[in-house]
Design a protein around this ligand. Sequence first.
Ligand code: C2E
Ligand code: CA
Ligand code: CA
Length: 768
Amino acid sequence: MLKIKRLRTRLMLVLTTLLAVVLLAVFAAVLNTTSNSAERQAHQQLDVGANVLDRLLALRARELANAAEILVADFGFRDAVASGDMPTLASALRNQASRIGADQALFLDTDGRVRVTSQGVVAGIDDLDLQAMQPLPQGGMLAVLGGQPYLLVEALVHAPRLMGQVVLAFALDAELAADMRTLTGLEVSFVTREQHQVVDQVATLTDFVPASEQHGEAMRVLGGEQYITTRLELLSEAPWAVYAEMLSPLREALAIFDVLKRELWLIALLALAVSFLAAALLASSLSRPVSELAAMARRIGSGDYRAQASLQRSDELGLLAQSIDQMRTGIAEREQQIQHNALHDPLTGLANLARLHGRLDESLQARQQGVLLLLALAEVDAIIRVHGQAAFEQAIVDLTGTLQLEIDHSELIAYQPGEGFFLLLEQESLAQAAVYADRALELLSTEVRMPGGKQSLVWLAGLVLWPEQGHNADELLRRVRMAVSSAQPGAERLAIYQSERDQAYQRRMQLIRDLRHAERLDELGVVFQPKLCMATGKVLAVEALMRWRHRQLGPIGPDEFIGLAEETGSIGLLTTWMLEAVMVQQQRWQAAGWFIEVAMNVSTRDLENADFPSQVRDALERYQIAPHCLSLEVTESALMRDPEGSIVNLRRLRDLGISLAVDDYGTGYSSLATLKSLPVQVLKIDKSFVLNLAQSEDDAVIVRSTIELAHNMNLQVVAEGIEDEASLNWLREHGCEIGQGYFISHPLPAVELAQWLQAREEKVTQGS
Ligand code: C2E
Ligand code: CA
Ligand code: CA
């Protein structure tokens, strides 16, 4: 079956079909009634027809009877009969017949033989060719004469005795039928049958065919026309039968209803057209809003929430439109919320990192320039620990308000928990951005009231510039974090991202800065490197070397930080710390019955410090350490910078009983004279000459002559940087007293040194 998808079409179809069915029913009813009434009318006409025929026959019979009576009463006629004057008889018969319109006029003698007819004297025919005869109720007789039906009337002729009879005949012929038709408007026929054979028929209808058998009224079709017929028996004398058949054409009866039918058709068509239009209107008034709502639902589905439902109706469709509209705003709001949540920080309502990331990428793609600023709160962990997460978050929310209110140059302010505020400063120069950053730091670095009391917040800022310092959002974010991590409370609270070269500088700055706090932060340590007595193979001394483990940067080598400390004047702090550390360690070892000389490195600044010798003396006294258990190493270059200035302190230290060594000998261009004037006992050949001793002939020459020189000046020789056995052996053979180097041992923490010495002693005792 055909499926009609559109509501509108379906509605129209249903409504129109319904009306069509109703109209059809009305039509059928009307048709039925009219045809019934037409039939009834036809029947009435037939009844009338039958009556008329009755009357007509009766009339004729009476006329004929009168004419016959008049004829037989006529004296001349009687006379002619009596005289046997046949020609006169014939003429009288003829006159009378033509006067009353009879078809036949006969004179029969008393024997019943026909003697004269209206046509003339009958010679050959002596009898009437009478085949059947029956009296008619209307009067007269119906007879079949020579196979044709006639209405017969007879009258006896007395002159005065009975002389014969006159018969007048009237044919039931086409003329009578035509008269009947004119009178009744019916088609009329007269049929004569013998047995079942039609012997004679006359009819007004040319196409008339007699029906074989019929009782009462019947419906017949003749020549394509419908008739209601009725048959009137006139004579029935087996085998003869005569009847009249009258036909009433239905068409005529129906014709009067044709106008009615035409009007009905017109009304039906009009009604159909109007109802079709009305259905179309109704359907479209239903389907248009439905389509409109469907289109709206589609739009909502595709994520377009702008269009409001324009349908203003008070019916269910209007209600549906209202509901859809509510749904639209609901979905739009929720989607907006979801979108907002995806790109915003729930605490501050500011953009989150994802949004910032997107904006940065957009800006980079647009080939714009700008500055990304990160504001980070220092020591967040401590604040949360003391005041709790909630108080911290409240402080952040408050500060967000301040920031939004005061900093309106930022294209975007984002917040990332655990990191801080990110500000996107588009189209800003670095200098301008730095000004904004400073302003932001000032705003944020305030004192806030928290549950655990007042808390001053210290904020740090990092800046990175694009496109110069990063070509994508990830890189920029990484670098701005690096920048902020290099910022320090105080003057360094604002840090600009530095490229690698600048980073080295930055690192130096950071080390310089942090060195002051290294001791406080417990980042300093000490390791000890054994010094081997070449002659005995015993370790009677160690060199204390400083170590610094920076909390962010990890282990920092002394070569890096000692120089910085000397430059910036913080070396005094380190020396003090080292002295204490060495003393503590010495005390422990001595308490354990272990007496060993510990060498400590001192710098120029220490020697320039007039208090240094007394500081050392105090320490020795405080820890009850014998001065010969401590030795000091001073680099050649330090000594040579201000020999006269340092000589006072050296003397005082020497006077305490402390052994003094010239460190890194060979790198400082010292003159022999100066060397001689210094109160030193040991000369440490710089490791640069020792490291490749076994391979380098030049180094060997230098070392050998240095040993000789030292011995000439009564100085003990220490070689540091011995990394292989060959060098060790060579040095021993050439009279070097003490050796130090990785081949013997790396510098070790105190605990490991003890284990190392223990193991070595056991080996020596086993070996000896
Ligand atoms: P230095 O006084 O000449 O110390 C010897 C350095 O040579 C140490 O480096 C040591 O680890 C290294 N060394 C020892 N044996 C070998 C070896 O076989 N091969 C090589 N390549 N190197 C060896 P470290 O500990 O890095 O110290 C570097 C310098 O830092 C020291 O040179 C010293 O001048 C200075 N320094 C270390 N601690 C202190 C201190 O407490 N105060 C002062 N003022 N300076 C210190
Ligand atoms: Ca040294
Ligand atoms: Ca050295």
